[in-house]
Design a protein around this ligand. Structure first.
Ligand code: PEP
Ligand code: MN
Length: 264
């Protein structure tokens, strides 16, 4: 169902009445890794909106590598994201980590994220395939492109065709970056599927310094969108501070991306 052989024209995934991913316009989703408290998420939402982001991101259920790390505010986090949406008008994407909480997360959010660690959780993929909300499917850290597309099939074969693919870096021998952002996944995926492709340079590099160059490269390679971690005070973040941009740096990136889009 994801294959270009089945459907030649590029898919446009609708997020709201006024926003879609896969069209001409680059869609930027930005916000903190985790929702931490009301002030933090509202401040983040206002900042990313002012910079020109079209969507807010923030984790309420966090799939942490260690069980002793911050696990997220859960439903309280979803409520705070909804409040941030009310304040700014930005729709939001948030992660769902198990089949039992899909309906709860879907009742609050505009798009559901399947994280890298759950990208082959077939029960979860099937469950989000049965709901009527767009799904941002991240590539697993050790996943081939073919396996990535098969995970999309798990969702689509249950009925939900609104799938967006997200490259977020894969594991290689290189340790200078957190992951190796596979930008060649953009043209490769575009040759195989009609689904929109989004790049996550934050998890892809693990270092805020590398986010801007990788964002420009992603746009040049044909990405339909970017998902970027932005935190008002990265040093104090509960998760992923080292890869989070301060609002000022994010604003500068968005200004450059605008120039880039005009030149293209
Ligand atoms: C995230 O978006 O914060 C996240 C946990 O991403 P990934 O699943 O790509 O590691
Ligand atoms: Mn994160």
């Amino acid at each position: 169902l994801a294959s270009k052989e089945v459907k030649k024209e590029a898919s446009i995934v609708r997020i709201s009445d006024t926003l879609a991913i896969g069209g001409k316009e680059l869609v930027v989703m930005a916000g903190p890794c985790s929702v931490e408290n009301e002030e933090q998420i509202i401040e983040s939402a206002i900042a990313v909106k002012a910079a020109g982001a079209q969507m807010l991101r923030g984790g309420a259920f966090k799939p942490r590598t260690s069980p002793y790390s911050f696990q997220g505010l859960e439903e309280e986090g979803l409520k705070l994201l909804a409040k941030a949406r009310e304040t700014t008008g930005l729709p939001f994407v948030t992660e769902v980590i198990d089949p039992d909480s899909v309906d709860l997360v879907a009742s609050y959010s505009d798009m559901l994220q399947i994280g890298a660690r759950n990208s082959q959780n077939f029960a979860l993929l099937k469950k989000v395939g049965q709901i009527d909300k767009p799904i941002l499917l991240k590539r697993g850290m050790s996943m081939t492109i073919q396996e990535f597309l098969m995970s999309a099939e798990y969702i689509m074969s249950e009925g939900n065709q609104s799938v967006i693919l997200c490259e977020r870096g894969i594991r290689t021998f290189e340790t200078a970056t957190r992951n190796t952002l596979d930008l060649s996944a953009i043209p490769v995926l575009k040759s195989k599927t009609h689904l929109p492709v989004v790049i996550d340079p934050s998890h892809g590099t693990g270092n805020y310094r590398y986010i801007a160059p990788m964002s420009f490269a992603a746009v040049a390679a044909g990405a339909d969108g970017l998902i970027i971690e932005v935190h008002p005070d990265p040093e104090k973040a509960s998760s992923d501070g080292p890869q989070s941009l301060k609002p000022k740096k994010f604003q500068a990136l968005m200004d450059k991306l605008r120039l880039f889009a005009e030149a293209a």
